[in-house]
Write a protein that binds this ligand. Sequence first.
Ligand code: PGA
Length: 253
Amino acid sequence: MSVRRPLIAGNWKMYGRKADLAEIRATAAMLGDRAGALDVLFCLPAPLLPLGVEAGMGLDVALGGQDCDVSLADAAKTGDVSAAMLADVGAQYVILGHSERRAGHGETNELVAAKAEAALAAGLQPIICVGETKAQREAGDAEAVVAGQVTASLPKADGLVSVAYEPVWAIGGDRTPTLEEIEAVHRAVRGALEARYGEAAAAVRILYGGSVNPKNAGEIFAVEGVDGALVGRASLKSADFGALILAHPKISA
Ligand code: PGA
């Protein structure tokens, strides 16, 4: 198990209404005191974020966004949300470069790096997402592709980031890589981080994401080099998310 403090992040994507914010308190209630042993994070759709921060007050949970603009300053950009705005309403993290944004919004590594720069400038911790396609995995290129994405997506400025390894083909389905495959990619990501940050890379958490659920979470968390998870569907309901978090070897009974 990793020496880093685990981070388990829920990615609500474009799901959720005000009423669903009760899941935050319900998840915290399932964890009780054990929540203090790891970082639990809810990354909400922008309209819910300030309300989520309120819902999380006094609980051992953090709130985050799912994307931000590259601009450091306020700007005439209709429909966009800046990192400073996320921070202003109480976000501490922001997911960047999720494959749904890379694929659906044409986000490149360079854009993700620039967004990460903006996030750090606003005091947010970026969670930079990377992951290979099915074709890249089948061609035996997963580690090289992912390490390359990491290197090209890191911000130029120093500052604490996290990385989420999410194989594109494992998101939203029911397949995950084998534990050996997860370990190999995490090792490759760690290598890319060390090349960029040197010793400071030791502070960077590498999460696994893609079809993590309460059943498979325990064995994934136990993989060498896995510092937590980025969770989609199983983060929407406290019964799932709480159970998944409780499967972490650091707090499981
Ligand atoms: P999933 O999504 O857990 O529903 O597969 C993960 C993600 O896309 O972050």
